[in-house]
Design a protein around this ligand. Structure first.
Ligand code: SAM
Length: 236
């Protein structure tokens, strides 16, 4: 149980993070700033790193993986342009922090993590936070959201046909040499994907818009993520 003064300390650090790390950079979307000020990052941080919960950088979360820098989480969310109608596919649940931020803005978040321990931990934290609009899957996210997780009984438009689910938004939170083909296929026309593309040490954060005339891409900034490991990403 968190002590009251510890809670206050984190609340103050969270406000300072929004003011200094986000607003003083280029995070201007009021909805993004609101959820970043609302979601307690300390819940997603391992006990041994808790003092640095609002550190302006990534932190280890175990299994050789990291929780992303708050600024990068905010920037990717801002570029994704999520609203209450959006169905979002996230590849790389990690700690679940980005998942929670997206869940507060979107209609539904579908998130895939390849490491079961991380997936279960994230699922537990989001349940504790009473976040109910997230579906979890453990496996290789480069091949997309699996057919067998599609609940046809809930989606009258599918009329029982085995169609692949498509998403309004896709976010990949690990570095990939190229946008995995199955994910491009699962992006709706008119949809937006935000992806760190490039070599395994330094990448470019890229926004991909799928239009009726083809793909439009925009480079946002340089970035550095752990590798996306899978059939259409890096090999292990
Ligand atoms: N956004 C996360 C957060 O806020 O904690 C950080 C994600 S971390 C930088 C990248 C995650 O992608 C890791 O947890 C890693 O295990 C996961 N990952 C790597 N390859 C994957 C794949 N093919 N499918 C699903 N998850 C993958």
């Amino acid at each position: 149980m968190q002590q009251a003064n510890e809670k206050d300390k984190f609340a103050a650090e969270r406000q300072a993070m929004v003011r200094v790390q986000l607003k003083k950079r280029d995070i201007t979307d009021p909805a993004v700033l609101r959820v970043m000020a609302d979601v307690p990052r300390e819940k997603f941080i391992p006990a041994e790193c808790l003092d640095g919960a609002y550190f302006d950088g990534p932190l280890p979360i175990g299994c050789g993986q990291t929780i992303s820098q708050p600024y990068i989480v905010a920037l990717m969310t801002q570029e994704l342009k999520v609203d209450k109608n959006s169905e979002v596919l996230e590849i790389g649940t990690g700690s679940g922090y980005q998942t929670a931020i997206l869940a507060k803005l979107a209609k539904e978040v579908y998130t895939i993590e390849r490491i079961e321990h991380l997936a279960l931990n994230a699922q537990r934290i989001l349940a504790e936070m009473n976040i109910t609009n997230v579906k979890f899957h453990t496996g290789d996210g480069t091949i997309g959201w699996p057919f067998d997780s599609f609940d046809f009984t809930q989606d009258k438009s599918a009329q029982g046909r085995p169609e692949q689910r498509q998403f309004d938004r896709i976010i990949i939170t690990a570095a990939t040499p190229q946008m995995p083909k199955p994910l491009l296929e699962q992006l709706k026309t008119g949809g937006i994907a935000v992806v760190p593309l490039g070599a395994d040490y330094v990448q470019e954060l890229v926004v991909i818009e799928k239009t009726v005339d083809g793909l439009k891409t925009k480079s946002v900034c340089g970035c550095r993520f752990v590798k996306l490991i899978g059939k259409f990403g890096y090999s292990e």
